[in-house]
Write a protein that binds this ligand. Structure first.
Ligand code: AMP
Length: 194
């Protein structure tokens, strides 16, 4: 199963992605986590990405595309993957589409986690306190939401046109949303058959 998860910062994508990945036995590939790991290790990629991340800006497409292509080349991604936080722009989506087409392994579905903006602000301020993420402050969050609206929301029609987009209501507790996400995928596969 090859999946992309879409949804604004704070929609609970990361938590749901790791649940789904565990249930399906495929890797959870979170570009934000890979970038934060590189920043923490002080790699050249991390040094390049840090200023963008601290401002809540997107890291340039070519940097991200190279990073994801390398990750998808790893053995564990052969049987499928869940992409969380990628693609985030139309050029990234086109790059992914092209590289999966070359491999003959197109996406199976794109799950969009739908949630009201007031709820996002509430959740992300909680996360800022719990995890101490430097990009969770109010100003930076506003910028991240703006980046999401202007650059990532266009992916919804991109994937709707390709008949891949499925909505999941992201309001509710973690287990409930996880059940909805699984039901959406099972439904897509025709009543749960693998
Ligand atoms: P996330 O943990 O997914 O919210 O990502 C944290 C930050 O990493 C984002 O605010 C961006 O600066 C950067 N980032 C993660 N994924 C991407 C991507 N696909 N394209 C550009 N920047 C990204």
């Amino acid at each position: 199963m090859r999946l992309v998860l879409l949804g604004p910062p704070g929609a609970g994508k990361g938590t749901q992605a790791s649940r789904l990945a565990e249930g399906l036995g495929i890797p959870h590939i979170a570009t934000g986590d890979i970038l934060r790991g590189n920043v923490a290790d002080g790699t050249p990629l991390g040094r390049e990405a840090k200023a963008f991340m601290d401002r809540g800006d997107l890291v340039p497409d070519d940097v991200i595309n190279r990073m994801v292509a390398a990750r998808l080349d790893e053995d564990d991604a052969e049987g499928g993957f869940i992409l969380d936080g990628y693609p985030r722009t139309v050029p990234q989506a086109l790059e992914l589409e092209g590289s999966l087409r070359d491999r003959g392994t197109p996406l199976d579905a794109v799950l969009r986690f739908v949630i009201a903006e007031e709820e996002l602000v509430r959740r992300v301020s909680g996360r800022a306190q719990e995890e101490g993420r430097s990009d969770d402050s109010a100003d930076v969050l506003r910028n991240r939401l703006q980046e999401y609206r202007s650059k990532t929301v266009p992916l919804e029609s991109f994937y709707a046109e390709r008949r891949l987009l499925r909505d999941v209501d992201a309001l509710g507790d973690v287990d409930e949303v996880a059940r909805r996400a699984r039901a959406t995928l099972d439904d897509r596969r025709g009543g749960g058959a693998l």
